[in-house]
Design a protein around this ligand. Structure first.
Ligand code: VGL
Ligand code: ZN
Length: 216
């Protein structure tokens, strides 16, 4: 059963830690249920990976994804923006605010890169690779290719938005992509978690448990 074989991370493997920021943790503006449960597994995984990259949701005030920018709308409503349907969120991860900071409980001093995303006032970006207009690239695919990475392992918040979109784009960019489910937690609004898991499976992204990764 190839799918059950232990993964021993090498220099071809990168761990991507998505959006473990105070606004997505308990007490935050867009708290993901049980979000802090990802920190222990991510810290354990990070010890096994030489190469760890982080993403950071990083919105300007008045961002197009904020319900507060759309009079008459509430968080979790959807609206049509120039690039398609957008779920509206509470104001979160505003540039320079405490809620946008990456959790100090992450113990990853060797992390090599932080990709900030969602900084265009008019365009959201769940993915660490391509913004929600599905055109504007962050440069992450080029970075990973130039560094010679072949496999990526995705963790963090939230399973059904930023982790899933990042993993789908990693797969589409040609990386052998894994989502480590016990190192992720979901928002799960309007069926989003079931849809994300189905999309990931259909795309050929491997959904695995952190027990599959050999500890350092
Ligand atoms: C996220 C909703 C809005 C995430 C970011 O990190 O999954 N979700 N912005
Ligand atoms: Zn956001």
């Amino acid at each position: 059963m190839a799918e059950q074989a232990t993964v021993v991370p090498t220099d071809r493997d990168a761990l991507i830690v998505t959006d473990v920021q105070y606004d997505f943790l308990p007490g935050g503006a867009l708290a993901v249920p049980d979000g802090d449960a990802v920190i222990g597994p991510i810290n354990r995984l990070a010890r096994a990976f030489r190469h760890v990259l982080l993403t950071q949701d990083w919105h300007p005030r008045g961002h197009a994804s904020f319900a507060s920018s759309h009079p008459g709308h509430e968080p979790f409503d959807t609206v049509e923006l120039s690039y398609g349907t957008q779920i509206l969120w509470p104001d979160h991860c505003v540039q320079g605010t405490p809620g946008a900071e990456i959790s100090r409980d992450l113990d990853i001093p060797h992390a090599q890169l932080v990709i900030r995303k969602g900084y265009d006032p008019a365009i959201d970006s769940y993915s660490g690779f391509i913004e929600a207009d599905r055109r504007t690239r962050t440069g992450l695919a080029g970075y990973l290719k130039e560094r010679g990475f072949e496999r990526v392992f995705c963790t963090g918040l939230a399973t059904d938005f930023c982790v899933a979109w990042t993993a789908l784009d990693a797969k589409a960019a040609g990386f052998d992509t894994h989502v480590i489910l016990d190192a992720c937690r979901a928002i799960d609004t309007q069926g989003s978690l079931a849809r994300a898991l189905a999309d990931l499976k259909a795309a050929g992204v491997h959904l695995i448990d952190s027990a599959r990764i050999a500890s350092a």
